[in-house]
Design a protein around this ligand. Sequence first.
Ligand SMILES: [Zn+2]
Length: 163
Amino acid sequence: MNARDIRMFRRGGPEALAAEAERQAEAKRRAKARRRARPVRALGKTYEERQAEVEARWLKLKARVARRHRGRCEYRDRAARCTEPVATTDHFWSGHGRRRALESVESCWGLCAFHDQLRTHNDPTRLFWVAVFEGHVIANGLWTQLQLIARERARLKGKRRSA
Ligand SMILES: [Zn+2]
C-alpha cells in the first residue's frame, strides 16, 4: 500500500480500495480497446486489417507446406512414412513465444489427426518428438531447422538436470 491507498483505506475502508482497483482496471481496458480500434499510423491499418493479413499469410504458408506433403501425414518412423491424410498444419516451435519469428515452410509440417494429437501433447515425450521432427527435417533437407533442434535438445537437457 502506498500513502494514497492508506488515506483511501482510512476514509472508505476496503470497499474504497476495491472500487479504486476496479476503476483502474476499467481505465486500462478502455485504453486497450482504444489502441486496438485506432489505425497504426505508420502502416495505416486497423487491428482487424492486420488480423486479416496474419490469416492470409498463414493460408499461403499452409499451401506451401501442402506442396511438400501432398496431403499425406509427414510423421515418419525411421524410413516408413505415415499413410494417413493430413488433418492439421502444425508449427513445431509454437508455444514458446517464438511462433511468429520462426513460422516458415521449414518449421511447419502436415500431420494426420492421430499424430497431431500426440504431437500436441508431446506424447510420449518432447524429446521423442524432437527426434521425429529431426528425421523429417533430414529427409526433406530443411537445414534451417537443425540449429533449432540442437538448441531445443540443450534446453531439454538443462531442464532435466535442474528437475
Ligand atoms: Zn500420421
